[in-house]
Design a protein around this ligand. Sequence first.
Ligand SMILES: C[S@@+](CC[C@H](N)C(=O)[O-])C[C@H]1O[C@@H](n2cnc3c(N)ncnc32)[C@H](O)[C@@H]1O
Length: 418
Amino acid sequence: MKVDDIITLKIEFLSLDGNGVGKHYEGKKFYSVFVAGTIPEETVRCRILAIKKLTGQAELIGILEASKSRKEAEKDEKLPGFDLVHIQYDKQLELKQKMVENVLRGLEVENVVASETKAYRDRTKLRLKKAGKKMNFGYLKNRSHDIVDVETCAFLNEGLNEAIRLLRDFFSKADKDLELSVELKLNHSNNKVICIFEGVSDKDFVEKMREFLDGNELFQNIVFLGEKVNGLNNEFVAEYVNNGTLLQSSFSSFTQVNIEINEKITAFIKQHIQPKKTESLLDLYCGIGNFSIPVGKFFAEVQGIDESESSIEDAKQNAKTNNVKNSNFSADSVENRLKDMKRKFDKIIMDPPRAGCENIVKQINKLGAKTIIYASCNPRTLVRDLKELKNYNVETVQPFDMFPYTRHIEVVVVLSKI
Ligand SMILES: C[S@@+](CC[C@H](N)C(=O)[O-])C[C@H]1O[C@@H](n2cnc3c(N)ncnc32)[C@H](O)[C@@H]1O
């Protein structure tokens, strides 16, 4: 097999990258060939783009036998990051389940908890590049600096789509060249949108933008990040409810993108962690206390650690407003905090970023917790870290479809001390 060869391939499974994978035999050896836009059980024609050892990357050029689960993607679905728009939703759930089973080999995996499939996202980040009359405002293409225009995206909350329409109109009328990024975040308590701009240093533009956005009811706050534009109104909070608990966040704090699934994960954690009023809870990578405030209410003591200072400020405020007593939230890296930690905890929740927590997982073993709940958005690092949690048995593996129509999946694992 060589680059530019056109081959016929039977797709066997979906990789964690969202590509269909098939085997191409040459004598006894075979290449695993990855093709975006395909579905297991399909037979396709594809062109080889790159080869590395026994792995090939190919582009789809024709479908010889289509899956019954193939669907035509709409224009507002065909956007970077949404890799599974050609697959019906039921099938996506089945394939994501298999993806998790393949990675966590030997472990029993519960059925994936499904999500609303449209308008599920309540934050998004877009880029703008305007040079003369040519304007692109949308998402960055995978592994490229090209911007794919977004007029409306099926997976965004309606308020965010309306914000995109208004901003697009404003940018198109601006009389200068512009290059910036903007994050749009929904405040669930009033359905207004917060705009967080990065890369804006032109004060005149900031004033015009402020005038435009202030005059529109849809927008709650505007924030300009960056060293050159200071002294602007950066004060605001976005709010949402998680299992009956009102949580507030400031603009630079992490919040989950899918509020419906976030509620379901929190309910799952509460059910499996079995809180007791005599016990202590440690929440690693706690953010604004998204899990530890709703669940921590039912413990005697709660400690949370996150390296983001704004998140920890928010977590402290959230503990106060929700009357979560005996709570202690620290802005520090988990690595630093756990290095010399001598004390024990009864229960632990951990929700690291995609990289997982390889360098401190051995420390976590020593904290003596009866139950650990590990929430992960990356099955690859999850499986690596689980192997190191040697004092624990895996009790339950529950995937949640936090990100429908993308290749991503959230997996929550319940571990109990051996
Ligand atoms: C996936 S988010 C989870 C936040 C929270 N559990 C939630 O549900 O909203 C990961 C969090 O880890 C924090 N973080 C990343 N690396 C860290 C580190 N080395 N030490 C402490 N916190 C870290 C980030 O600031 C972020 O808030």
